[in-house]
Design a binder for this molecule. Sequence first.
Ligand SMILES: [Fe+2]
Length: 145
Amino acid sequence: MHNEERRICKCSLCDTVVEVLDPCGPELICCGRQMEDVTGHAGSPQREKHILLMDEHDGQTTLRVGINGHENSEKHYIAWIEVLADGKCLRQYITPPQEAKASFQIAAADISAGRCYCNIHGLWRFSAQTMRRTPELAPWAHAQP
Ligand SMILES: [Fe+2]
């Protein structure tokens, strides 16, 4: 299970989101109801707004959300970005007005999958093959200070 994504569940009443680190019991209950599995989106009209853009520079891999970025207001924001790499789960939590990006000291080639969580549009999952990895889409990664 080291290289697998963990199950994420959400309460439809209070919006609590939990991650199952070690599955062993039956269902999860919150507010007196069974929590819903958040399975993640594969394809939808919102995909381009939530796709992970990955770029590597000086041994650091940076991920940003959305072809044209993603809104990051108190009402609509990316809560976290996560990658699975070489048996590790690396997650950056983001709080508005922080930009929806995360940098990890890891080679892009070691990343097998990535996820991000939007408070409005939910969980977005990408394999390394379905993340965008082109400098043309991520010129910020090569900008001079
Ligand atoms: Fe969103």
